[in-house]
Design a protein around this ligand. Structure first.
Ligand SMILES: [Mg+2]
Length: 124
């Protein structure tokens, strides 16, 4: 299953990609902002998307809003990984179409649990 990581921080993309690889996801595609994320989606539909909120050009909320209008992408699981931690922010993210939310900094275990919950797997 292809996994798309959208984050303007290459360090954060590497941390997330390494965690995904440990979980067995090797088909990982990266993008540096929302517009690049949409281009990657057009090149091959992912089965899971992890996206940052704050990014140049197109932020995570705009990215997910646009994504949800695209054929076949209405229900793809989207996990937002961000420093926004206020309840009002969570509501805004959910309104944009995000399925769940991880606040930075996070542990690999937290990310694993969120991903497995989103994909309907039991945490090992
Ligand atoms: Mg960012």
């Amino acid at each position: 299953m292809r996994v798309l990581i959208v984050d303007d921080s290459s360090t954060m993309r590497r941390i997330i990609a390494n965690t995904l690889k440990k979980l067995g996801y090797d088909d990982v595609v990266e993008a540096g902002d929302g517009t690049e994320g949409l281009q990657k989606v057009a090149q091959g539909k992912p089965g899971l998307i992890l996206t940052d909120w704050n990014m140049p050009k197109m932020d995570g909320r705009e990215f997910v809003k646009t994504l949800r209008t695209q054929s076949g992408m209405e229900a793809v699981p989207v996990l937002m990984v961000t420093t926004h931690a206020e309840r009002t922010d969570v509501v805004l993210a959910l309104q944009a179409g995000v399925n769940d939310y991880v606040v930075k900094p996070f542990t690999p275990e937290t990310l694993k649990e969120k991903i497995e919950a989103l994909l309907g797997k039991t945490a090992a």
